[in-house]
Design a protein around this ligand. Sequence first.
Ligand code: RET
Length: 283
Amino acid sequence: MSQIGMSATLQASQAELFRHVLNDPLLGSSIWINIGLAGLSLLFFAYLGRSVDDPRGRLIVVSVMMVSAVSVASYTGLASGLTISILEMPDGHPMAGTTTNLATGGTVDGTVSLWGRYLTWAFSTPFILLALGLIAGSSMTKIFTAIVFDIGIMITGLAAALTTSSYLMRWFWYAISCTFFLVVVYILLFEWPEDARAAGTADIFNTLKLLTVVLWFGYTIWWALGNEGLAVVQSVGVTSWGYSLFDIVAKYFFSFLVIRYVVNNVETISSGASYGATTESTP
Ligand code: RET
């Protein structure tokens, strides 16, 4: 008969994780409030964008609406316990050796990881970049490049969060993710502003660009500070609220600015000789 050690490493069931989120006011609110906000913004954006009938304008509106739609699914995954796990951090990680007290009274070895966030960012953030690329009137090539590297950021970020074999390997994934991020930042700061100038959308593009670059760096730094990284912030609830607050501005406020612009400037969005050409413009 096999012996179970003194500190049994029992897995938390999905039902226990679901109850864990429900019973933790800080963590629970960071998730449930965002399901509500994402749902309400989706309805609000559908209402705001109802009069846009230009095909390009519509594409931009639908694109940013998808960000909120994915967000509803993302936070539902977290709230239901489907995309949450208790992970035992490797030696060297500040959270190594910690235990989590479940709402049911049981204790499990490990720390709560809301890894579903990183997974679903791979589905939501491409829509942010598609909208930005379309507003800048950029080429298919540049939009494609920004989007594939963006998906790369999120999937390698997910890998960083889920790696429990070695502390160093977690940061190695993080470094890969940051490298992909720099490609996206380069396109946002150096490629698209020029395209936007040519398309006559420089004003709105520069506002959105600034918002995006600052907030996206915020997510990156927050990961390093939060309980998945250096654990300067150890609380799962506070770490989660950080991302939730970034989300509120980077998704809902961002989308609102985009839709408001499209509604008021359909002419600019749909006109211009080289606007939105699928080939690179030749000088
Ligand atoms: C991670 C950790 C690994 C390194 C980097 C990251 C960047 C994440 C970003 C997330 C943006 C999310 C948004 C969500 C809205 O739906 C994965 C945190 C670079 C930039 C805008």
